[in-house]
Design a protein around this ligand. Structure first.
Ligand SMILES: [Zn+2]
Length: 64
């Protein structure tokens, strides 16, 4: 088990399906209802969130 393996997902506001985030995206596409979901951090972008995205991006695929 890799502690670094991040699983990030958001809930689609239209159909409530979990939409996985595949990278440092601020917009994801729901395959269930074809909605484009924009991620809006509460008021501002948290530095921790940005760091998390950057780390996930630099690691690419943590599992081989
Ligand atoms: Zn959806």
């Amino acid at each position: 088990m890799l502690a670094a393996a991040l699983e990030i997902s958001v809930q689609c506001p239209k159909c409530d399906a979990p939409v996985p985030l595949s990278g440092p995206l601020l917009r994801v596409h729901c395959d269930k209802c074809q909605a484009d979901v924009e991620l809006k951090p509460l008021g501002r972008t948290s530095p921790d969130i940005v760091k998390m995205y950057e780390r996930a991006e630099s690691q690419g695929q943590p599992t081989e």
